[in-house]
Design a protein around this ligand. Structure first.
Ligand code: MN
Ligand code: MN
Length: 333
């Protein structure tokens, strides 16, 4: 029997995939030493943040889903995406970058929010994100339901002021209340707009589709500071035209990217709480993310992966690649 290299050591079991020299970032576990299906799942088999002390980018889970309006289960999203991220490799040819080699990326574990008290959870998630930022320059968060975007944006705003929000979703998420509750997964961007967290001239939804409650939903949304590239626009005009619109809207503003996995068609992401027909393909979404690499990305989240409705890791594999493209877009060239 072969000895098992310790998964938590920074010895030869890890490699960056790029040139390994003194002081180079600690990369994922070396798949030629420990096969991808072995060991405890951190995101992409990266080191834990407490193993490396601090990081350029920390990947953190927020297993909170008490704000959902339909099918629950996104609280299990972070573990599911980590498990499906085992096959990611060090070099990203689509962006010509080693996302784990040119910057230190680490898995920070999970930020915990009270599952029985949404207001308390929102405060705890904001505090957790702020604390994490003392040990990592940028965060990429895996949800959890979309409620968590509000505390994450509060933490980002505390450092950067109002940011451009690029929001990929089937849904606007600018509704006012559900059953009188102001903080749910359908309301984070209305609250964020009201609180002055977002740049009203530079924010945008991508992938919007499906039935609304009323025509006024769209009027409210525009007033709250969002432009829209709909799923139909992408089909009609193509990904390059969508990218042009996105980049023209954001300009050089500090950018927060929030990705609800239900922006993808249910055929590409069945494992989510509020699926809508007629969405983007994973190929289209990944291509759009690759086009953002030179923008000023200050943070990101990928939310609403609910494994109970997933099949064969279809949704989680897509989400893990979405996180990988975000980390690649953040990597220094
Ligand atoms: Mn959605
Ligand atoms: Mn959403």
């Amino acid at each position: 029997m072969q000895p098992i290299p310790p998964a938590d050591s920074n010895d030869g079991a890890r490699g960056t995939g790029a040139a390994s020299v003194g002081g180079a970032p600690v990369g994922p576990v070396d798949a030629s030493v420990v096969p991808r299906f072995a060991g405890i799942a951190t995101f992409a088999r990266l080191p834990r943040l407490d193993e490396v002390g601090r990081a350029d980018v920390a990947v953190a889970g927020v297993p909170f889903d008490s704000g959902v309006s339909y099918r629950p289960g996104a609280r299990f999203g972070p573990a599911h995406v980590r498990e499906a991220s085992r096959l990611l490799r060090p070099y990203n040819p689509a962006q010509d970058v080693f996302p784990f080699g040119s910057q230190q990326v680490a898995d920070a574990g999970d930020i915990i929010g009270n599952p029985f008290d949404i207001a308390a959870a929102v405060d705890e998630i904001e505090a957790g994100a702020r604390e994490l930022r003392t040990r990592a320059d940028r965060l990429v968060v895996i949800g959890g339901d979309h409620t968590i975007a509000l505390p994450l944006l509060r933490a980002v705003h505390a450092e950067h002021g109002p940011v451009a929000v690029l929001h990929f979703d089937a849904h606007l998420d600018t509704w006012d209340t559900y059953f009188g509750a102001p903080t749910t997964h359908g309301t984070p961007f209305r609250r964020a707009s009201e609180e002055g967290l977002i740049d009203l001239t530079a924010s945008m939804h991508v992938g919007i589709r499906g039935p609304l409650y009323a025509k006024s939903d769209l009027e409210d949304d525009e007033r709250l500071g969002f432009a829209i590239v709909s799923s139909e626009f992408v089909e009609e005009h193509g990904v390059p035209a969508a990218i042009d619109r996105i980049r023209a809207r954001i300009g050089d503003k500090p950018l927060y990217i929030s990705i609800d996995i239900d922006v993808l068609d249910p055929s590409h992401a069945p494992g989510t709480g509020t699926p809508e027909a007629g969405g983007l393909t994973s190929r289209e979404l990944l291509r759009m993310l690759r086009a953002l690499a030179d923008l000023r990305i200050v943070g990101a989240d990928v939310v609403e992966v609910a494994p109970a409705y997933d099949h064969a890791q279809v949704t989680a594999v897509a989400a893990s690649h979405v996180v990988y493209e975000l980390l690649s877009a953040m990597a220094p060239r």
